[in-house]
Design a protein around this ligand. Structure first.
Ligand SMILES: [Fe+2]
Length: 202
């Protein structure tokens, strides 16, 4: 039923850096022209969801407790969460599912980090179910930048045409199931803006 594309990296270790100092889902909001001043911050999941819902972003906590082996390929990851995948497909008609998996020692980590750090948008919603680790979405909405730290269990859906970038950190550690309507999967349109550089600290 699903066409599967990528497993980015496999070998894991327990050490990784974080932009936020802890390991909870978190939201920070800034003015887009002032990356030095936090104007709102919360680590309360209900508050995160409420604020993001206010700008039409879906953010929910699902259960992500399946143990995945270091060698797990994407078919195994999808199979471990088949019921959740099926539910989302039934809800929204996704036709293409893949898995992005990164480890801190991935030889491609610097290259891939830079790719997703550039501001871009998609012509369909960006839908991710994090089942391991964490990643940071930076959402440039009107005059604000919302930084969302997604943890295992978080489901996020960013509407089409929202400008954003994604930071997997210098020592990436995450597994995310990705859902697409387009059979070609991830297609990003880069804006050419350098705004991301003013928010990324390392
Ligand atoms: Fe994206």
């Amino acid at each position: 039923m699903y066409k599967n594309l990528i497993v980015l990296a496999i070998s894991f270790c327990s050490c990784f850096n974080t932009v936020f100092a802890d390991s909870f889902s978190k939201l920070r909001v800034y003015q887009a022209d002032n990356p030095q001043t936090i104007i709102y911050e919360t680590s309360d999941n209900a508050d995160i969801a409420a604020v993001l819902n206010g700008v039409s972003i879906r953010f929910e906590q699902w259960e992500a407790t399946q143990v995945l082996s270091e060698q797990a390929q994407q078919q195994e990851v999808i199979a471990a969460y088949q019921a959740d995948v099926d539910q989302l497909v039934q809800e929204n008609g996704y036709t293409y599912i893949d898995v992005a998996r990164m480890a801190p020692n991935s030889p491609k980590k610097a290259e891939l980090r830079q790719k997703f750090l550039r501001e871009h948008y998609h012509t369909e919603d960006e839908v991710r179910f994090f089942v391991e680790g964490f990643g940071l979405f930076y959402l440039h909405i009107n005059d604000n930048v919302y930084i969302v730290r997604c943890e295992a269990g978080d489901l996020i859906s960013i509407p089409a045409n929202y400008r954003h970038w994604f930071d997997m950190s210098q020592a990436p550690y995450f597994t995310a199931i990705r859902f697409f309507l387009n059979k070609d999967g991830w297609i990003g349109h880069f804006t050419g803006s350098d705004i991301a550089a003013s928010f990324i600290q390392d």
